[in-house]
Design a protein around this ligand. Structure first.
Ligand code: PMV
Length: 327
């Protein structure tokens, strides 16, 4: 009962911010993302009745108590479904630097879900895998698929309608996401803590929820029509709205540093000079620039010229999780 799986991380173009149920990790809004080829997690899992407890190795080091607890709790959901209670040995590694601004949670929980389901011989649909992955981390539900993906907020209390599904596959359209790393310092407010604070205190929270269905619908259509300008405009607007929620929470949450702000201006200056480039930023200080493949060298050069950008990582549309080994 051993399986090894590789899963890719994703970037949200229409952001998820806010939970409608914390216990089941149900999002308050839907979201749309692009799975990224260059950033992935490889996870190997073995269930064995002879193991005494779950053990978790992350990037070659034993995980912290907190990380192990979160993983065990998540695996219990799959063990319960399989009617088994065997402990597991999990070894997981990321190919991206911790400073890339991607918590490993999206690719990590997607890889863990697919690997554990396979090792436990569960025959699950993409939708079911996505529902399980969501309970590890909201963004992981989207990494169950490749290309452009939509996550549905759903309405049901049990979360059975809160799953992701593909919009178009990775080979439908080649676009690029360039990540400019501005800081190696871990963020002070986790996305869960930030979302909960925004829900409780931001005066704009309800307006954010109300506007999301139109953003989702417009983005879906723009992707289907390969309308890059529309996608870029919408992605930048969704990012700024999400950060407006964070900023308007009490106390306000500021995820950017000076370099992030400098880079936002530079992306807009480049756009004003005729290159289609748009920014998006998650719950951290890294800048992510969306562009077409032919403009990648120009956008990369622009990011690299900004003092304080430490590294630029280029990503193209990535695939769904792949099963690498089964024993
Ligand atoms: O589900 P989490 O904890 O990975 O939260 C994701 C939050 C954002 O990255 C800021 C937005 C998103 O939709 O990915």
């Amino acid at each position: 009962m051993r399986t090894k799986v590789k899963a890719h991380t994703n970037i949200a173009l229409i952001k998820y911010w806010g939970k409608r149920d914390e216990r089941l990790n149900l999002p308050a809004v839907g979201s749309i993302s692009l799975t990224l080829d260059a950033l992935w997690t490889e996870t190997e899992i073995e269930f064995n009745v002879r193991f005494k407890t779950d053990r978790l190795i992350l990037n070659g080091q034993p995980a912290t108590e907190k990380e192990l607890r979160r993983t065990s709790k998540f695996l219990d959901l799959l063990r319960q479904r399989a009617g088994l209670s065997s402990p597991a040995l999990i070894s997981s590694k990321n190919n991206f630097p911790p400073a890339a601004g991607f918590g490993s949670s999206a690719s990590g929980f997607a890889a863990l879900t697919v690997a554990a389901a396979r090792a436990l011989k569960l025959e699950l649909s993409g939708r079911e895998l996505s529902i399980f992955a969501r309970q590890g981390s909201g963004s992981a539900a989207r990494s169950i698929f490749g290309g452009f993906v939509e996550m549905h907020a759903g309405r049901l209390a049990d979360g059975s309608d809160a799953f992701a599904e593909p919009i178009v596959p990775p080979d439908y359209w080649d676009v690029r996401l360039l990540i400019g790393v501005t800081s190696q310092v871990a963020k002070k407010v986790s996305s869960t803590a930030g979302m909960n604070l925004s829900k409780e205190t931001s005066p704009y929270y309800q307006a954010w929820i109300n506007a999301q269905p139109v953003d989702l619908k417009t983005m879906r259509r723009a992707i289907e029509q390969r309308d890059f300008e529309q996608i870029g405009q919408l992605a930048e607007h969704s990012c700024l709205k999400m950060h407006a929620l964070a900023l308007s929470s009490n106390p306000g949450i500021l995820y950017w540093n000076g370099v992030t702000v400098e880079a936002m201006h530079s992306v807009r200056d480049l756009r004003a000079s005729g290159t289609q480039a748009y920014f998006t930023i998650d719950a951290g200080p890294q800048i992510k620039a969306l562009c077409l493949p032919e403009d990648e060298p120009k956008v990369r050069a622009m990011l690299e010229s900004i003092p304080g950008i430490q590294q630029v990582i280029s990503c193209a549309p990535g695939p769904a999780p792949q099963i690498l080994e089964v024993e």
